[in-house]
Each structure stands twice: as C-alpha cells, then as structure tokens.
Design a protein around this ligand. Structure first.
Ligand SMILES: Cc1cc2nc3c(=O)[nH]c(=O)nc-3n(C[C@H](O)[C@H](O)[C@H](O)COP(=O)(O)OP(=O)(O)OC[C@H]3O[C@@H](n4cnc5c(N)ncnc54)[C@H](O)[C@@H]3O)c2cc1C
Length: 474
C-alpha cells in the first residue's frame, strides 16, 4: 500500500464522497498546508479538507469526531503563533476554509454585510468599498488572511484606535461545533441582550472551540478624506504626550498613530527597495499619524497643521512631513510595512507583541530596553507599532554586523524578562497574535488558576474529546 493510500484509509469513510475531488487533498498536495508563515512549524497533515458549504463543514466535523480524528481549522495561514497548522506530523487533518469565499449579502442601510469565513480580508474591504462603505479592519496580512482567521485571532491592526479590534466589528457569527452542530447566530443587530452572547466565545479563541463558517460584519461610512503625517520626536515621553494631545484635539478623527524607532526606519530604507525616509535629520522616534473623515471639506488639513504647530511649539515634535496626495500617503505607510519586512529575517529574532495601559507605555518601553540590554548588551531593539492602543511590538534581534553574541544563547531569559515586566504593568504578553502553540507556557505563567480552569471547562463542554486544534492555547 502506498503512503497516499495509507493516508486515505486513515480517514473516515464518506469524507471523499462528501467533499469531492477538489475538497480532499493528501500527500504532496496537502504538504504545504502544514507550514506556518514564519517557517517555524512544519508538520505534514494527514489530509486537507476544503469544504464549500457550512453543511459540508458540519458533516465533515461529525465524521471526524466519530472517527476520533483531530481537526485544525485553517484560514490564510498568516498567523504568527503556529496556531493554524498541526502540532504533530501525520496525525491531524486541516480544515481549510479557502473555498468558502462568497459575500452572502450586503445591506447598505444597516451598515452590515454577511460573508463566508474563507473570504480574504482585502476582498471584504473591497466589497464594502464598492458599496461606498468601509470595513475598517486592516493589517499587513490582509491580502492573504481570511476573515475567519481574523475573527479567530481577534486581529487588531492599524485602525483599532478608531474602530476597535475585530471583536468590535462582528455583529453575528455562524459556527460549527466539533460534533457537527451548527450555531446560526447570523443576526445583524447592534443591540441584542438575550442571555450569554455566545459568539464572543469563538472570537479570539483560535479555533479550539468551533469552526467559524460565516460572519455578519459591521460597516461604516466610507472614508472620503484623509490626511497623513510622519512626525519626528526627541524622546518616547514626547511621542506619548503628542498622542494624548492628538487624541484630544482631533474631534475623534484620529484613525492611526503608529510609532517607529529610528533604527527600524534605517533598516527599512537600507534593506527594502523603494523605501525612502522623507524626514532629513536623524531622530530617535517617529510616528505615523492619520486623521480621516467620511465627508469631504471637513477641514482635516487645517486640523492636522494646527496640531503639528502646537506640538512643535511645545517642543514635542522636532521635524516631520505631511503627505499632500494619495501617492505620498502610500509612501509613508510603506515605511511602516517595510519596517516589519526589513527585520523579519534578522538573526535570532525574538518577537514580543505586548500591551500595557497607554499611560504606562513610555515608562514600560524605556524600562524594557534597560532590562534587555542588561541581559544581551549587543542586541538590537526595534520597538514599534500601534502605541495608540497600548500595543507595542517589542522585537529584539542581532545586528547583521554582529557575528554572534549574547542573544544567541539567552532567548528565554530575554523573553521572560520582557513578559515579567509586562505583567508588572498588568499588561498582556500577547496583545494581537494570540497564544497558539508558541505561547502556552506564558498563558500558564501569567493567567490565574481560576481563569485557566474556566477556559478548560469551556473547552471540555464544547469539544469533550479535545479534537479541535489540539496542542493550542490550553
Ligand atoms: C505580515 C503580517 C502582519 C500582521 N499584522 C497583524 C496586525 O497588525 N494585527 C494583528 O492582530 N495581527 C497581525 N498579524 C497576525 C494575524 O493574527 C494573522 O494575520 C491573521 O489574523 C490570521 O488569519 P489567517 O486567516 O491567516 O488564519 P490562520 O493563520 O490560518 O489561523 C490563525 C488561527 O485562527 C484559526 N482559524 C482560522 N480560520 C478559522 C475559522 N474559520 N474558524 C475557526 N478557527 C479558525 C486557526 O486554527 C488558528 O488558530 C499579521 C500577520 C502577518 C503575517
């Protein structure tokens, strides 16, 4: 018997008939689905199931549960904690939602749209824009990640400041439980206080409680006008003070405030083609700030100019540039994206996606830098991100010119030092990316026994055999 035949005989009977030839992949065709985005986890699945309908998802889950087979729900495989791929080779099947990619309906008057979970996020944004509406969720992976994956990781991104995390953008959900039960909660209501809000259990729980097959999304009026600036700051407290002033003085028009360090911008300019720093001097910190409105002629430019003038007068901002057209705006945002690309392949990269209360942000970053430098003096620190949400990507790597150094052997020590400090501020060791298979130790270290016990009870209640995404989160 060939290994392909062996794989197929390990699958429940009826699966092939249910899903058809395009809906069931094994062997080499299935192989790539076992690799995560960063190439850190690579485990071959037994098979990849690619259903086209909620009914097929339900029947496939029922068959797998009857067979005692573990199932990994998978979206666009852009997750950063190893949560969407098998945790051991040749034992688990992947349930990939990619073929469930239709917009079910869009109701402009109700500012809502219903989509299949496998829709790519950028396609959802476009469908909303075509109806003169905004679906504000936006982040670097939007061309590949699926709305089901965004929901299951409760993704944040660049517009949280104004519109909230994915959780805040979900009106209704359709979920299939491990035993095949379909929970139809596809209501397009902004108010619905009818008992426990079950959909919240599935948002951000990384596919361990159920498979999301559809969602009703909250839409906003389309953005008609926006202004963007890149500002340079003399210090971290100046960045955070400027954020507070910007927030208070822009009449809720502030839609992004992304902090970047000077070393990150230099790396982006040196390592990513076509990225140029438009600010002439060298300053320790920068922020990309955007204001937007749903109506043209809202005086945004004057508002931004007035804000920058005030920040300069107070000595908080030392230099900067304002984009005067869409092309320039895109170039400014390109710096923010390129900053991530530029250090993704640096040696010994340690990523820490953490959050603390906004009021403690400057203090936290400064103390964390000191702590890391004490352990790994030659490490390069790149702290950047959505600081307006109290979220910083506190990434640490080796400079390319440093042959090898303290970071190489002290990964764990550095990470625990950062996380322990986060805990002192009552922050979160995973602000955006979730727990997956990579941060389970941290969950056990920083969440109380009572919290962990409730998580485990929920898991047992909804998936008594522990077949959905085993080895992840708890
Ligand atoms: C370049 C880049 C930039 C990023 N920027 C941000 C950012 O700014 N903010 C942020 O929050 N995150 C960011 N992320 C990480 C983010 O968590 C993922 O991109 C995304 O949310 C995962 O979506 P996906 O469809 O790729 O899911 P996958 O990676 O396939 O899966 C992720 C998790 O969701 C589960 N899952 C997927 N689909 C379903 C479903 N239908 N039902 C149940 N469970 C499901 C999986 O089992 C897994 O646990 C970024 C990632 C990259 C690569």
């Amino acid at each position: 018997m060939t290994s392909l035949e062996l794989q197929r005989t390990n699958l429940p009977e009826g699966l092939e008939e249910l899903l058809g030839p395009k809906g069931l992949l094994t062997g080499e065709e299935a192989r790539e689905y076992g690799r995560d985005f960063m190439g850190e986890v690579d485990n071959a699945p037994l098979a990849v199931l690619r259903p086209e309908t909620t009914e097929q998802v339900a029947e496939a889950l029922r068959l797998c549960t009857e067979h005692g087979l573990s199932v990994i729900p998978q979206g666009g495989r852009t997750g950063l904690t190893g949560a969407g791929v098998p945790s051991r080779p040749d034992h688990e099947v992947i349930l990939c939602l990619a073929r469930m990619n239709k917009v079910r309906w869009l109701d402009e008057k109700n500012h809502a749209m219903a989509v299949d979970a496998g829709c790519i996020l950028a396609d959802v944004q476009k469908a909303a824009a075509d109806a003169n509406r905004l679906f504000p969720l936006s982040y670097g992976a939007e061309g590949s990640c699926q709305i089901g994956g965004s929901i299951s990781t409760n993704a944040g991104g660049t517009a949280v400041l104004r519109y909230g995390n994915t959780r805040d953008l979900i009106l209704g959900l359709e979920v299939v439980l491990a035993d095949g039960t379909v929970l139809d909660m596809m209501r397009a209501l902004r108010k619905d206080n009818t008992g426990i809000d079950l959909k919240q259990l599935f948002i951000g729980s990384e596919g361990i409680l159920g498979v999301v097959t559809g969602a009703v999304l909250k839409l906003y009026p389309a953005v008609a006008e926006r202004e963007c600036a890149l500002l340079a700051f003399p210090s971290l407290p100046a960045v955070m003070k400027s954020f507070a002033i910007a927030r208070e003085s822009t009449n809720d028009r502030l839609s992004a405030f992304e902090m970047m360090p000077q070393n990150g911008i230099t790396l982006a300019c040196n390592r990513v083609p076509d990225v140029v720093d438009p600010v002439e001097g060298d300053y320790p910190w920068y922020a990309l700030l955007e204001v937007s409105a749903s109506k043209e002629g809202s005086g945004l430019f004057e508002m931004l100019e007035g804000l920058i003038e005030r920040l300069m007068e107070e000595g908080l901002v030392v230099d900067g540039t304002v984009s005067s057209n869409e092309g320039q705006r895109a170039q400014l945002w390109r710096i923010r994206e390129a900053l991530v690309e530029a250090h993704n392949d640096m040696p010994h990269l340690l990523k820490h996606d953490v959050s603390v209360p906004i009021s403690d942000m400057a203090d936290f970053i400064e103390t964390a830098i000191e702590k890391v430098q004490a352990i790994a003096p030659d490490a390069m620190l790149i702290a950047f991100g959505h600081v307006g949400d109290g979220n910083v990507h506190f990434n640490i790597c080796h400079d390319l010119d440093t042959p090898d150094g303290s970071l190489a052997t002290r990964h764990k020590e550095v990470t625990w030092a950062v996380y322990d400090l986060v805990q002192e501020y009552r922050g979160s060791f995973s602000a955006e990316h979730g727990v997956g298979s990579m941060k389970r130790d941290a969950l056990r270290r920083y969440r109380s026994e009572a919290e962990l016990a409730v998580m485990e009870k929920l898991k047992t209640a909804l998936d008594p055999q522990g077949l959905l995404n085993p080895g992840k989160v708890i």
